[in-house]
Design a protein around this ligand. Structure first.
Ligand code: SF4
Length: 362
């Protein structure tokens, strides 16, 4: 079975033509999928019944995730869903809403591109699960559609998508790119390219490749340390790539795409949050134009702890004094285990399917 969400408009047209349907049927299907609430081939009532039958015979389907668990933060701004995806795995997807004056909220969906993750960041719940499998593009798109349909019920819509959930998006390059194209195609989900951010822990070759795709998506590089030795302790798989190589690929991305690159830095109490780390980071990034997002680690069980509030403020102050723009990302919904991998870890532990209980940054 293949979900219709896999096909960009041009491929969908070809597919329908191969089923002896006129091309304009593609637009009807796309409208039903992305603007209507279509959840099955049978629900495509705009199409003649015999075409729907041919589509089913060809193995086409409309598959959406099943919600296993959904939790909403106390302030109602963050909704985290544990979704069973049509392709099999269980992943986390998060909706974060930020009020904006004079218009509807900014509604950002954080999608997962892999079940588990091979990058093994030591402070991350997903990293401790190990790698399970890649998520196909249609299931990345389906995660966004899940929240889009929820928001549509109250007259709102998804305004941004960040590829910052479970997994390393650039290690699932083809499917990530296919999902980005689907989400930004004016005939499909129609989100602005600039409303999308791909976050990577750093695969320089893949960053260079992304720069050649003629896209305007934002890039976030998760650094987490100002020197290679500490970084290799926190991100063991980063061993082959030095920080210098990573930042070089970020600079090349900026030159080619024109999009500024941001740096993600998870502040882990007593590990990488000392003033000297801030000073080193400041030296490293001064003049680069890169913006730093400081992410205080979510406090959960495990060997790592959150940084102190004072320490976070001081870290930011030192960066700012060094001429590096930095903001502290407010950890939305920490009471609902908003960091990636935590909800699934909690559910797995409760069901006896493993007990990794490390906090995670993103
Ligand atoms: S922080 Fe991101 S890259 Fe690192 S293990 Fe977790 S999901 Fe993977």
């Amino acid at each position: 079975m293949t979900s219709l969400l896999r096909f960009p408009p041009n491929e969908l047209e070809e597919l329908l033509v191969s089923l002896e349907a006129p091309r304009y049927r593609a637009d009807q299907v796309l409208r039903a999928l992305y603007q209507g609430g279509c959840d099955s081939i049978d629900a495509l009532i705009q199409l003649p019944r015999d075409l729907r039958e041919r589509m089913k015979t060809a193995g086409l389907t409309v598959q959406l995730p099943v919600i296993l668990r959904e939790v909403v933060s106390d302030d109602g701004d963050t909704t985290k869903a544990l979704l069973s995806l049509p392709s099999g795995p269980t992943v986390e997807t998060v909706l974060m809403q930020y009020p904006r004056s004079g218009r509807g909220p900014r509604s950002t969906v954080c999608v997962s591109t892999q079940a588990g993750c091979a990058m093994g960041c030591v402070f991350c719940a997903t990293g401790q699960m190990g790698f399970e499998r890649n998520i196909p593009a249609e299931d990345v798109v389906a995660q966004v559609l899940h929240f889009q349909r929820l928001l549509a019920l109250r007259g709102e819509h998804v305004t941004n998508v960040v590829f910052m959930g479970m997994g390393e998006p650039l290690a699932n390059y083809e499917e990530t790119l296919r999902a980005v194209r689907q989400l930004t195609d004016p005939r499909a989900f129609d989100l602005a390219q600039r409303a999308i951010t791909v976050s990577t822990v750093g695969i320089p070759r893949a960053i260079d490749r992304l720069a050649t795709e003629n896209l305007q998506v934002g890039l976030a590089i998760s650094l987490h340390a100002p020197d290679d030795a500490l970084r290799r302790r926190l991100v063991p798989t980063a061993r082959p790539n030095s920080i210098a190589e990573l930042l070089d690929s970020g600079r090349r991305y900026f030159r080619t795409s024109g999009r500024r690159v941001s740096i993600e830095y998870a502040l882990v109490g007593g590990v990488n949050d000392a003033p000297r780390h801030a000073q080193e980071l400041g030296k490293l990034l001064r003049g680069s134009g890169m913006h730093v997002n400081l992410i205080p680690l979510n406090p959960t069980a495990g060997p790592f702890v959150a940084p102190s509030r004072r320490g976070v403020r001081e870290f930011r102050r030192i960066l700012t004094e060094a001429g590096v723009n930095a903001t502290v990302r407010i950890e939305k919904g920490s009471e609902i285990a908003a960091a990636c991998g935590q909800l699934r870890t909690d559910v797995d532990a409760a069901s006896g399917r493993g007990s990794a209980a490390f906090p995670s940054p993103s």
